[in-house]
Ligand binder design. Structure first.
Ligand code: PLP
Length: 394
Protein backbone atom coordinates (compact mmCIF):
# COMPACT_ATOMS: atom_id res chain seq x y z
CA UNK A 1 0.00 0.00 0.00
CA UNK A 2 1.61 3.20 -1.14
CA UNK A 3 1.68 6.39 0.91
CA UNK A 4 0.53 4.83 4.13
CA UNK A 5 2.24 5.40 7.47
CA UNK A 6 3.31 2.51 9.72
CA UNK A 7 0.28 3.12 11.89
CA UNK A 8 -2.05 3.08 8.90
CA UNK A 9 -0.50 -0.09 7.56
CA UNK A 10 -0.98 -1.82 10.88
CA UNK A 11 -4.62 -0.86 10.84
CA UNK A 12 -4.96 -2.18 7.29
CA UNK A 13 -3.48 -5.53 8.36
CA UNK A 14 -5.87 -5.62 11.30
CA UNK A 15 -8.76 -5.00 8.96
CA UNK A 16 -7.62 -7.76 6.64
CA UNK A 17 -7.61 -10.20 9.54
CA UNK A 18 -11.08 -9.16 10.68
CA UNK A 19 -12.45 -9.51 7.14
CA UNK A 20 -10.93 -12.96 6.77
CA UNK A 21 -12.59 -14.05 10.01
CA UNK A 22 -16.05 -12.77 9.23
CA UNK A 23 -17.07 -15.10 6.39
CA UNK A 24 -19.77 -13.88 4.03
CA UNK A 25 -20.73 -10.80 6.04
CA UNK A 26 -18.41 -7.87 6.58
CA UNK A 27 -17.27 -7.22 10.17
CA UNK A 28 -19.79 -5.00 11.99
CA UNK A 29 -18.77 -1.58 13.24
CA UNK A 30 -19.06 -2.93 16.79
CA UNK A 31 -16.50 -5.64 16.01
CA UNK A 32 -14.17 -3.14 14.39
CA UNK A 33 -14.52 -0.68 17.29
CA UNK A 34 -13.74 -3.46 19.73
CA UNK A 35 -10.82 -5.06 17.88
CA UNK A 36 -9.27 -1.95 16.33
CA UNK A 37 -10.06 0.80 18.86
CA UNK A 38 -7.60 3.24 17.23
CA UNK A 39 -9.82 3.32 14.15
CA UNK A 40 -12.45 5.99 14.24
CA UNK A 41 -15.55 5.07 12.27
CA UNK A 42 -17.45 8.25 11.53
CA UNK A 43 -19.82 7.01 8.86
CA UNK A 44 -21.10 3.48 8.36
CA UNK A 45 -21.84 3.31 4.63
CA UNK A 46 -21.76 -0.45 4.83
CA UNK A 47 -25.06 -0.80 6.59
CA UNK A 48 -28.08 -0.28 4.39
CA UNK A 49 -30.64 1.66 6.38
CA UNK A 50 -32.57 4.91 6.13
CA UNK A 51 -31.16 7.03 8.99
CA UNK A 52 -34.11 9.47 8.83
CA UNK A 53 -36.45 6.55 9.51
CA UNK A 54 -34.36 5.57 12.54
CA UNK A 55 -34.68 9.15 13.82
CA UNK A 56 -38.44 8.98 13.35
CA UNK A 57 -38.79 5.64 15.12
CA UNK A 58 -36.60 6.75 18.03
CA UNK A 59 -38.71 9.85 18.47
CA UNK A 60 -41.98 7.87 18.38
CA UNK A 61 -40.57 5.46 20.92
CA UNK A 62 -39.56 8.27 23.24
CA UNK A 63 -43.04 9.75 23.13
CA UNK A 64 -45.00 6.50 23.34
CA UNK A 65 -42.85 4.33 25.59
CA UNK A 66 -40.24 6.28 27.46
CA UNK A 67 -42.01 9.51 28.47
CA UNK A 68 -45.16 7.59 29.40
CA UNK A 69 -43.35 4.85 31.31
CA UNK A 70 -44.99 2.20 29.10
CA UNK A 71 -41.58 0.75 28.26
CA UNK A 72 -41.84 -1.27 31.46
CA UNK A 73 -44.91 -3.10 30.11
CA UNK A 74 -43.16 -3.85 26.82
CA UNK A 75 -40.28 -5.41 28.72
CA UNK A 76 -42.17 -7.10 31.53
CA UNK A 77 -44.91 -8.93 29.65
CA UNK A 78 -45.01 -11.45 26.84
CA UNK A 79 -45.56 -9.91 23.45
CA UNK A 80 -48.48 -11.01 21.27
CA UNK A 81 -48.37 -14.29 19.41
CA UNK A 82 -47.45 -14.59 15.75
CA UNK A 83 -51.00 -14.60 14.36
CA UNK A 84 -52.13 -11.72 16.57
CA UNK A 85 -49.47 -9.53 15.00
CA UNK A 86 -50.43 -11.02 11.62
CA UNK A 87 -53.96 -9.80 12.23
CA UNK A 88 -52.64 -6.33 12.96
CA UNK A 89 -50.80 -6.31 9.62
CA UNK A 90 -53.72 -7.78 7.71
CA UNK A 91 -55.45 -4.40 7.52
CA UNK A 92 -52.50 -2.36 6.32
CA UNK A 93 -51.24 -4.99 3.86
CA UNK A 94 -54.72 -5.76 2.66
CA UNK A 95 -54.32 -9.55 2.85
CA UNK A 96 -56.05 -12.11 5.09
CA UNK A 97 -54.39 -12.75 8.48
CA UNK A 98 -53.98 -16.43 7.60
CA UNK A 99 -51.53 -15.50 4.86
CA UNK A 100 -49.21 -13.50 7.12
CA UNK A 101 -46.24 -14.89 9.02
CA UNK A 102 -44.11 -12.59 11.16
CA UNK A 103 -40.48 -13.24 11.97
CA UNK A 104 -37.64 -12.21 14.23
CA UNK A 105 -36.14 -10.40 11.26
CA UNK A 106 -36.68 -11.63 7.71
CA UNK A 107 -33.63 -13.88 8.10
CA UNK A 108 -35.63 -16.13 10.42
CA UNK A 109 -38.38 -16.44 7.79
CA UNK A 110 -35.89 -17.08 4.99
CA UNK A 111 -34.46 -19.91 7.06
CA UNK A 112 -37.93 -21.29 7.85
CA UNK A 113 -39.05 -21.17 4.22
CA UNK A 114 -35.90 -22.73 2.79
CA UNK A 115 -35.84 -25.48 5.42
CA UNK A 116 -39.51 -26.35 5.12
CA UNK A 117 -40.49 -25.80 1.50
CA UNK A 118 -37.39 -26.46 -0.58
CA UNK A 119 -36.85 -30.15 -1.28
CA UNK A 120 -34.99 -30.71 -4.52
CA UNK A 121 -33.62 -27.77 -6.38
CA UNK A 122 -33.35 -24.01 -6.00
CA UNK A 123 -32.37 -21.28 -8.45
CA UNK A 124 -30.66 -18.22 -7.00
CA UNK A 125 -29.45 -15.15 -8.87
CA UNK A 126 -25.90 -14.17 -8.00
CA UNK A 127 -24.49 -11.95 -6.65
CA UNK A 128 -27.04 -12.08 -3.86
CA UNK A 129 -27.82 -11.82 -0.14
CA UNK A 130 -25.89 -14.84 1.13
CA UNK A 131 -28.37 -16.52 3.58
CA UNK A 132 -30.43 -17.62 0.58
CA UNK A 133 -27.83 -20.18 -0.38
CA UNK A 134 -26.23 -20.65 3.04
CA UNK A 135 -29.47 -22.04 4.53
CA UNK A 136 -29.99 -24.62 1.78
CA UNK A 137 -29.53 -28.16 3.11
CA UNK A 138 -26.95 -30.47 1.56
CA UNK A 139 -29.40 -32.62 -0.36
CA UNK A 140 -30.87 -29.67 -2.27
CA UNK A 141 -29.27 -28.78 -5.58
CA UNK A 142 -28.39 -25.11 -6.00
CA UNK A 143 -28.40 -23.62 -9.50
CA UNK A 144 -26.92 -20.13 -9.76
CA UNK A 145 -28.12 -17.67 -12.33
CA UNK A 146 -25.16 -15.39 -12.87
CA UNK A 147 -26.03 -11.73 -13.44
CA UNK A 148 -23.19 -10.31 -15.50
CA UNK A 149 -21.27 -7.11 -15.26
CA UNK A 150 -21.15 -6.76 -19.09
CA UNK A 151 -24.87 -6.35 -18.94
CA UNK A 152 -24.77 -3.97 -15.92
CA UNK A 153 -26.03 -6.90 -13.80
CA UNK A 154 -29.34 -6.55 -15.56
CA UNK A 155 -31.89 -9.31 -14.96
CA UNK A 156 -32.96 -10.79 -18.30
CA UNK A 157 -36.56 -11.90 -18.02
CA UNK A 158 -36.81 -14.26 -20.99
CA UNK A 159 -33.41 -15.79 -20.40
CA UNK A 160 -34.41 -16.45 -16.79
CA UNK A 161 -37.71 -18.04 -17.77
CA UNK A 162 -35.85 -20.36 -20.17
CA UNK A 163 -33.47 -21.36 -17.37
CA UNK A 164 -36.32 -22.13 -14.97
CA UNK A 165 -38.16 -24.12 -17.66
CA UNK A 166 -35.05 -26.14 -18.34
CA UNK A 167 -34.00 -26.74 -14.71
CA UNK A 168 -37.47 -27.31 -13.22
CA UNK A 169 -36.56 -26.28 -9.66
CA UNK A 170 -39.11 -26.40 -6.83
CA UNK A 171 -37.94 -23.03 -5.48
CA UNK A 172 -36.70 -19.81 -7.05
CA UNK A 173 -35.45 -16.69 -5.30
CA UNK A 174 -35.83 -13.15 -6.59
CA UNK A 175 -34.79 -10.05 -4.66
CA UNK A 176 -36.34 -6.80 -5.83
CA UNK A 177 -34.46 -4.46 -5.75
CA UNK A 178 -31.54 -6.86 -5.59
CA UNK A 179 -28.80 -6.79 -2.94
CA UNK A 180 -25.91 -6.08 -3.73
CA UNK A 181 -26.54 -4.93 -7.34
CA UNK A 182 -29.47 -2.56 -6.73
CA UNK A 183 -31.12 -3.90 -9.92
CA UNK A 184 -34.90 -3.49 -10.09
CA UNK A 185 -37.56 -5.48 -11.95
CA UNK A 186 -40.71 -3.50 -12.86
CA UNK A 187 -43.97 -4.65 -11.29
CA UNK A 188 -45.34 -5.38 -14.74
CA UNK A 189 -42.45 -7.75 -15.42
CA UNK A 190 -42.84 -9.36 -12.00
CA UNK A 191 -46.45 -10.19 -12.76
CA UNK A 192 -45.52 -11.55 -16.19
CA UNK A 193 -42.76 -13.65 -14.61
CA UNK A 194 -44.94 -15.08 -11.85
CA UNK A 195 -47.62 -15.88 -14.40
CA UNK A 196 -45.20 -17.72 -16.70
CA UNK A 197 -43.64 -19.61 -13.77
CA UNK A 198 -46.83 -21.00 -12.26
CA UNK A 199 -45.31 -24.50 -12.44
CA UNK A 200 -42.69 -23.66 -9.78
CA UNK A 201 -43.84 -24.74 -6.28
CA UNK A 202 -42.33 -21.81 -4.40
CA UNK A 203 -41.40 -18.39 -5.74
CA UNK A 204 -39.74 -16.23 -3.10
CA UNK A 205 -39.81 -12.53 -3.90
CA UNK A 206 -37.79 -10.57 -1.37
CA UNK A 207 -39.02 -6.96 -1.18
CA UNK A 208 -36.78 -5.88 1.68
CA UNK A 209 -35.61 -2.83 -0.31
CA UNK A 210 -38.89 -2.04 -2.06
CA UNK A 211 -39.50 1.17 -0.08
CA UNK A 212 -36.46 2.63 -1.86
CA UNK A 213 -37.68 1.74 -5.35
CA UNK A 214 -39.91 3.80 -7.61
CA UNK A 215 -41.09 3.67 -11.20
CA UNK A 216 -41.89 7.30 -11.92
CA UNK A 217 -41.59 10.83 -10.52
CA UNK A 218 -44.39 10.32 -8.03
CA UNK A 219 -42.01 7.92 -6.21
CA UNK A 220 -45.05 5.95 -5.17
CA UNK A 221 -44.41 2.76 -3.21
CA UNK A 222 -44.70 -0.44 -5.28
CA UNK A 223 -45.27 -4.00 -4.11
CA UNK A 224 -46.22 -7.37 -5.55
CA UNK A 225 -48.20 -8.32 -2.42
CA UNK A 226 -51.58 -8.18 -4.26
CA UNK A 227 -50.35 -11.00 -6.54
CA UNK A 228 -50.37 -13.40 -3.57
CA UNK A 229 -54.18 -13.53 -3.83
CA UNK A 230 -53.95 -15.07 -7.28
CA UNK A 231 -50.68 -17.02 -7.13
CA UNK A 232 -50.54 -19.51 -4.26
CA UNK A 233 -46.90 -20.33 -4.94
CA UNK A 234 -45.72 -16.76 -4.36
CA UNK A 235 -44.05 -15.75 -1.09
CA UNK A 236 -43.32 -12.07 -0.46
CA UNK A 237 -40.48 -11.66 2.01
CA UNK A 238 -40.01 -8.39 3.85
CA UNK A 239 -37.38 -7.17 6.28
CA UNK A 240 -38.13 -3.93 8.14
CA UNK A 241 -34.45 -3.46 9.04
CA UNK A 242 -33.34 -1.33 6.11
CA UNK A 243 -36.23 0.90 5.06
CA UNK A 244 -37.38 1.57 8.61
CA UNK A 245 -33.84 1.66 10.02
CA UNK A 246 -34.53 -0.74 12.88
CA UNK A 247 -32.28 -3.79 12.36
CA UNK A 248 -31.70 -4.02 16.11
CA UNK A 249 -35.27 -4.87 17.04
CA UNK A 250 -35.52 -7.74 14.51
CA UNK A 251 -38.79 -7.40 12.64
CA UNK A 252 -39.89 -8.94 9.37
CA UNK A 253 -42.89 -10.59 7.78
CA UNK A 254 -43.86 -12.71 4.83
CA UNK A 255 -47.08 -13.06 2.87
CA UNK A 256 -47.67 -16.59 1.62
CA UNK A 257 -50.31 -19.24 1.08
CA UNK A 258 -52.31 -19.97 4.27
CA UNK A 259 -51.33 -23.65 4.23
CA UNK A 260 -47.67 -22.70 4.38
CA UNK A 261 -48.30 -20.30 7.27
CA UNK A 262 -50.23 -23.01 9.16
CA UNK A 263 -47.40 -25.46 8.50
CA UNK A 264 -44.80 -23.12 9.95
CA UNK A 265 -46.91 -22.22 12.99
CA UNK A 266 -47.37 -25.89 13.80
CA UNK A 267 -43.59 -26.10 14.04
CA UNK A 268 -43.16 -23.24 16.51
CA UNK A 269 -42.64 -19.50 16.09
CA UNK A 270 -45.34 -18.74 18.67
CA UNK A 271 -43.67 -15.81 20.47
CA UNK A 272 -40.85 -15.17 18.04
CA UNK A 273 -41.25 -11.38 18.03
CA UNK A 274 -39.99 -9.18 20.85
CA UNK A 275 -42.12 -6.59 22.60
CA UNK A 276 -40.25 -3.84 20.75
CA UNK A 277 -40.89 -5.49 17.38
CA UNK A 278 -44.56 -5.72 18.29
CA UNK A 279 -44.52 -2.03 19.20
CA UNK A 280 -42.99 -1.31 15.79
CA UNK A 281 -45.64 -3.34 13.95
CA UNK A 282 -48.37 -1.49 15.83
CA UNK A 283 -46.89 1.73 14.46
CA UNK A 284 -46.58 0.21 10.98
CA UNK A 285 -50.30 -0.56 11.06
CA UNK A 286 -51.09 3.03 12.04
CA UNK A 287 -51.99 5.42 9.21
CA UNK A 288 -50.76 8.52 11.00
CA UNK A 289 -47.35 6.97 11.53
CA UNK A 290 -47.21 5.89 7.90
CA UNK A 291 -47.87 9.47 6.81
CA UNK A 292 -44.94 10.65 8.91
CA UNK A 293 -42.84 7.78 7.56
CA UNK A 294 -43.73 8.65 3.96
CA UNK A 295 -42.12 12.08 4.44
CA UNK A 296 -38.80 10.60 5.58
CA UNK A 297 -38.96 7.96 2.85
CA UNK A 298 -39.33 10.57 0.10
CA UNK A 299 -36.71 12.85 1.63
CA UNK A 300 -34.25 9.96 1.78
CA UNK A 301 -35.04 8.88 -1.80
CA UNK A 302 -34.34 12.37 -3.11
CA UNK A 303 -31.03 12.60 -1.21
CA UNK A 304 -30.10 9.10 -2.30
CA UNK A 305 -30.72 9.67 -5.99
CA UNK A 306 -28.75 12.94 -5.90
CA UNK A 307 -25.89 11.12 -4.16
CA UNK A 308 -25.82 8.33 -6.77
CA UNK A 309 -25.69 10.89 -9.58
CA UNK A 310 -22.68 12.58 -7.94
CA UNK A 311 -20.91 9.29 -7.21
CA UNK A 312 -21.20 8.20 -10.82
CA UNK A 313 -19.17 11.29 -11.79
CA UNK A 314 -16.19 10.26 -9.65
CA UNK A 315 -13.24 9.24 -11.85
CA UNK A 316 -12.04 5.69 -11.17
CA UNK A 317 -15.43 4.49 -10.02
CA UNK A 318 -18.03 2.78 -12.17
CA UNK A 319 -21.43 2.98 -10.50
CA UNK A 320 -24.08 0.46 -11.57
CA UNK A 321 -27.72 1.55 -11.86
CA UNK A 322 -29.59 1.13 -8.56
CA UNK A 323 -33.15 1.45 -7.30
CA UNK A 324 -32.10 0.52 -3.79
CA UNK A 325 -30.43 2.70 -1.14
CA UNK A 326 -26.94 1.60 -2.06
CA UNK A 327 -24.87 1.29 -5.19
CA UNK A 328 -22.58 -1.41 -6.38
CA UNK A 329 -19.44 0.33 -7.62
CA UNK A 330 -16.45 -1.05 -9.46
CA UNK A 331 -13.02 0.44 -8.96
CA UNK A 332 -11.56 1.02 -12.37
CA UNK A 333 -8.25 2.77 -11.66
CA UNK A 334 -6.31 -0.32 -10.61
CA UNK A 335 -6.83 -0.01 -6.86
CA UNK A 336 -8.16 -3.13 -5.15
CA UNK A 337 -11.53 -3.07 -3.42
CA UNK A 338 -9.83 -3.96 -0.14
CA UNK A 339 -7.43 -1.07 -0.45
CA UNK A 340 -10.25 1.32 -1.31
CA UNK A 341 -12.23 0.10 1.69
CA UNK A 342 -9.21 0.37 4.03
CA UNK A 343 -8.28 3.83 2.84
CA UNK A 344 -11.83 5.09 3.12
CA UNK A 345 -11.93 3.78 6.67
CA UNK A 346 -8.45 4.54 7.93
CA UNK A 347 -8.05 7.95 6.37
CA UNK A 348 -11.63 9.22 6.34
CA UNK A 349 -13.55 7.16 8.89
CA UNK A 350 -15.97 5.99 6.18
CA UNK A 351 -16.83 2.31 6.20
CA UNK A 352 -17.90 0.81 2.85
CA UNK A 353 -18.55 -2.81 1.96
CA UNK A 354 -15.73 -4.66 0.21
CA UNK A 355 -17.60 -7.18 -1.98
CA UNK A 356 -14.68 -9.56 -2.38
CA UNK A 357 -16.46 -12.36 -0.52
CA UNK A 358 -19.63 -12.14 -2.63
CA UNK A 359 -20.22 -15.30 -4.66
CA UNK A 360 -20.70 -14.43 -8.32
CA UNK A 361 -18.87 -11.11 -8.16
CA UNK A 362 -15.35 -11.24 -9.50
CA UNK A 363 -13.40 -8.03 -9.66
CA UNK A 364 -12.88 -4.97 -7.53
CA UNK A 365 -16.33 -4.14 -6.24
CA UNK A 366 -17.56 -2.18 -3.26
CA UNK A 367 -21.07 -1.45 -2.09
CA UNK A 368 -21.72 2.07 -0.88
CA UNK A 369 -24.85 2.90 1.09
CA UNK A 370 -26.60 6.24 1.12
CA UNK A 371 -26.73 7.90 4.53
CA UNK A 372 -27.87 11.40 5.55
CA UNK A 373 -27.32 14.26 3.11
CA UNK A 374 -24.30 15.56 5.08
CA UNK A 375 -22.79 12.13 5.44
CA UNK A 376 -23.24 11.48 1.73
CA UNK A 377 -21.30 14.65 0.97
CA UNK A 378 -18.47 13.39 3.21
CA UNK A 379 -18.54 9.93 1.58
CA UNK A 380 -18.34 11.52 -1.86
CA UNK A 381 -15.41 13.73 -0.89
CA UNK A 382 -13.57 10.79 0.68
CA UNK A 383 -14.08 8.61 -2.40
CA UNK A 384 -12.75 11.37 -4.65
CA UNK A 385 -9.65 11.82 -2.51
CA UNK A 386 -8.94 8.11 -2.14
CA UNK A 387 -9.23 7.48 -5.86
CA UNK A 388 -7.06 10.45 -6.72
CA UNK A 389 -4.46 9.32 -4.16
CA UNK A 390 -4.04 12.84 -2.79
CA UNK A 391 -4.24 12.11 0.86
CA UNK A 392 -1.78 12.85 3.53
CA UNK A 393 -0.58 10.13 5.84
CA UNK A 394 -1.57 10.48 9.49
C1 PLP B 1 -30.91 -7.55 5.18
C2 PLP B 1 -31.74 -8.42 4.30
C3 PLP B 1 -32.65 -9.35 4.84
C4 PLP B 1 -32.77 -9.70 6.29
O1 PLP B 1 -33.05 -8.72 7.15
P1 PLP B 1 -33.47 -8.95 8.66
O2 PLP B 1 -32.67 -7.96 9.40
O3 PLP B 1 -33.22 -10.34 9.06
O4 PLP B 1 -34.94 -8.60 8.68
C5 PLP B 1 -33.42 -10.09 3.96
N1 PLP B 1 -33.30 -9.95 2.64
C6 PLP B 1 -32.42 -9.09 2.09
C7 PLP B 1 -32.34 -9.00 0.61
C8 PLP B 1 -31.61 -8.31 2.90
O5 PLP B 1 -30.71 -7.48 2.34
Amino acid sequence: MYDMSMKERKLAYGLRELSDQSGSHSPSIHTIAEKLPELEIKIDACFLSNPYATDLFTQEMKNDLIKTGDLRKVLEFYPSQNQVIGELLSGCLNVPTEKIFVGNGATEIIQAVIHNFTYRKIIINIPTFSPYYEFVSDDVQVVYNQLTRDNDFHFDLEEYIRLVEKERPDTIILINPNNPTGGYIDQEDIEYLVDRLSFVDTIVLDESFIHFAFEDDSMELKTAIPLTQKYKNLIIMKSMSKDFGIAGIRAGYAVMDEEKVADLLENGYLWNLSGLAEYFFRLYADEDFLERYEKVRIRYLMDTQAFFAQLSEVPGLKVYPSKANFVLAEITNGMSAFEFMSRMLIKHGVYVRDCNDKVGLDGEFVRIASRTKDENAAILQAAQEVLQGQEETV
